[in-house]
Design a binder for this molecule. Structure first.
Ligand code: HEM
Length: 122
């Protein structure tokens, strides 16, 4: 079920994001702070919340729209912060990555909005 997959990916993302936060602290180098923040919040916390909704409302979790939304958010929610990190380290010539990642996340969020409006009273 897509909700379970999303929660499993989310906890792995959060584990990685927290370890990256510890690495930043140890190195006293906070260059990647924005990438860390977006990975944890968009790739981790949001993904977990979406997954919880799909588990809480099985009617929503079984929709094709939910599966498309879940995969789009998994891909976009990791590509976006990874792209932010690459831009911070290598410069603006890599801006396509965060742009594509953020657009995927917005499309996924739009799909989630549709799912919630269709199922919130289930
Ligand atoms: C072991 C866990 C974590 C550690 C060690 C850690 C460490 C850090 C460090 C070192 C910074 C940079 C601070 C600075 O720029 O002065 C930071 C920023 C931040 N972290 Fe974490 N973090 C952890 C978990 C999380 C989680 C779970 C979230 C969100 C769910 C989060 C969200 C943020 C945000 C929003 C910022 C601000 C980024 C910015 O100002 O650009 N962090 N964290």
């Amino acid at each position: 079920m897509i909700g379970s997959l999303m929660m499993c990916v989310s906890v792995l993302v959060l584990l990685f994001g927290m370890l990256a936060g510890i690495a930043m602290g140890i190195q006293h180098d906070f260059t990647l702070g924005p990438a860390h923040a977006h990975l944890n919040l968009v790739g981790g916390v949001l993904l977990f919340l979406f997954g919880l909704y799909y588990r809480l409302v099985p009617e929503a979790g079984s929709m094709l729209l939910a599966r498309i939304q879940g995969w789009l958010h998994i891909v976009g929610g990791t590509l976006f912060p990874a792209g932010v990190a690459v831009v911070l380290l290598k410069g603006p010539s890599f801006e396509a990555a965060p742009i594509v990642g953020s657009l995927l996340v917005v499309v996924a969020m739009t799909l989630f909005t549709v799912v919630v409006f269709r199922t919130s009273r289930a």
